[in-house]
Structure formats: C-alpha cells, structure tokens
Ligand binder design. Sequence first.
Ligand code: IMP
Ligand code: MG
Length: 336
Amino acid sequence: MSTQTVDCIVDLQYGDCGKGKVAHHLCQTKNYTHVLRYNGGANAGHTIFHKGKKFITHQIPAGVFFGIKSVVGNGCVLDPVQFFNEIQMLEEGGIETKGKIFVAENTHIITEAYKEEDKREGVRIGTTGRGNGPAYREKYGRTGKRAIEIPDLKPYLINLYREWYEGNNVRILGEGAQGFGLDIDWGDYPFVTSSHCTTAGALLNGLPPRSIKDVWGVAKMYETYVGSKKFQPEGDVFNKIADVGEEFGATTGRRRQANWMNMQTLERAIRINGVTRVVFNKVDVLRTVGQWEVYDKGRKVEFKSEDDMKEFVTARLTSLGVIGKNIFFSESKERI
Ligand code: IMP
Ligand code: MG
C-alpha cells in the first residue's frame, strides 16, 4: 500500500520570513522523496544560501539543491519563461536540475498578457506584477491554460495522482509561498495574493489530510509587508528595523514596511495552519535596534529584554499547543 507523509512550511506573517532557509535545512536533515511548491507563482522569492552561494528562486522548490524531486504543484500558477530562466540560473550556479524538476499537468499558466495586465492594474494593491492575479482569475473563470497544453513543458510534466499514490513510501516537504497575512481568504483583503497560503493550500495538491505530520510555521520577530496599503506606523524605529533587517523584496527589490509583531495575527495563523513547530527568524535585528515590542489585544507591550520577549512569546505559543522545545529563535546569518 502506498503511504504519504507530509511536512509543511507555512509563513505566519506577510511572506519573507525565511521559508527558504527552513526548507533548505529540512531537506538536509529529513529524508524527503519530494519537495512540493503548493501555491503562488513567480511572485515569490525564496532566498537560499547553498554551499556559500546565494540563490533566489521564484518557482522551483528548495529540493533541487539536494537532488530531491522538486514539484510545482497544481495550487501554483507557472510562468514558463521565468521557469526556464530559473533552471538556467540554477545550472549556471552549479546545481544539477536534470530529471529533478517537475510541473503538475494541471498547473495553470501565466502568459505574457497576464504579466502586462498585472503591471498596469496591479498598482492599486501593489502586486509584484508577475501575472499572478490574472492567472488565478482565468483559472477560476475556466478560461485558463494548463501546463499540459504547453509543448515546451512536456519534459517536465507529472501527474500528481500517480506520483503520490503509486509510489511506495512518499515523503513530501510542502514549501508554501507568501504568507498568512497575504492569504486570499484570511489575509487583509484586497491587499492579498490570489492563492491559498495555508496548510490547507498544500492539501489542494492532491494530498490526503491525514498525511500531514509536522507544520513548520515561520515568522520574524517583527513584521514586514510589501504592497500598497499603509502598514508601517510613524516612528524612526521602524525605518531602523527595515534598514538593519535589509528588508528589500527578493522579487521586486521594493522596500518592505516594518512594524512590531502582532500576536493575534500570529495566533490565528498558528491555529488555522495547525502549526506544530515555529521558527522566529532575525532575532538579531531587534537586538541591534535595541527595542523589544509586540502588539497584543490592541495594545503595545514593551519588554525590558530579549529574554522577556522570548518568554512572553513562548508562553503564548504554549497555550496554543506549541511547546518550548518546538519553538526556535534564529539569527539572520544563522544557516540552520
Ligand atoms: P501578487 O501576489 O503579485 O498578486 O501581489 C499581491 C500582494 O502580495 C502584494 O502586496 C505583494 O507585494 C505581496 N506578495 C506577493 N508575493 C510575495 C512574497 O513572496 N513575499 C512578500 N510579499 C509578496
Ligand atoms: Mg520572499
């Protein structure tokens, strides 16, 4: 009988929390047969340090760095032009991609026209201009094109049903894109992306709910957001956080707006995603800035020290069922 086990990586804030880093780490330490990108398109930017080199991938999952089958799932929309550029970038960086990269036959396609439209019309909410919104619109309007219709993609096509259920012992790492605050349903609509950024979004790629084992929630010790809404409050400290944290988008180079972490956003994200482990990245940024604060229940809470903040956050997560040994605090330069 075929069995499937799935670990999932989700972002608990607005993207850019370091999912790539966690994915890279898990690929090294666990024995996955597949890494699955399960939502989003070329709007994502996953920064990965591999053997001392920096790579930014937009569509291809982190498994490719370790020769693990890397699958773009049907929850994604794929830009073929960008896809082939990315393969070339990886090959030039010394990563062997042949026979390792796959696209689900039923994944929808981003066309040049969608990108043009998104660059024109996406200004309203501040999209990445990668054609993501139009591609999902056409998908749900039942006028879209799927990967199976694109001749150039033929060598990469995969049938996910066969892949998941005809294999013997399938162990998948689900690599999410964007984040909870950008989720089409749970984010701050309309300032959201067009896909499902939650654990449920991973399941939509043909996986049975019971296959989910660990859900790794990734956050930062502060929040950032990139897009058209006003997010960053007044105050020099937020510019300082963005500067120290080098908060520029991996896809568009736009400066990210910064704010303190919101405990209620975090709690909602942990519950709705069924998170079992949490990684807080970039702890060192607040250390350099020298302030430790969060928002909780509509109020700002200031901490005297790093330890006080960590203790507060740990207690709150514990009350949601994520206990201390499953909470990790990590530094920007740390390659976990
Ligand atoms: P879209 O996904 O390009 O349609 O953009 C919708 C919103 O999501 C905009 O605010 C984007 O800046 C944001 N967004 C999309 N992808 C990412 C990401 O990978 N990281 C952070 N923000 C993103
Ligand atoms: Mg990113």
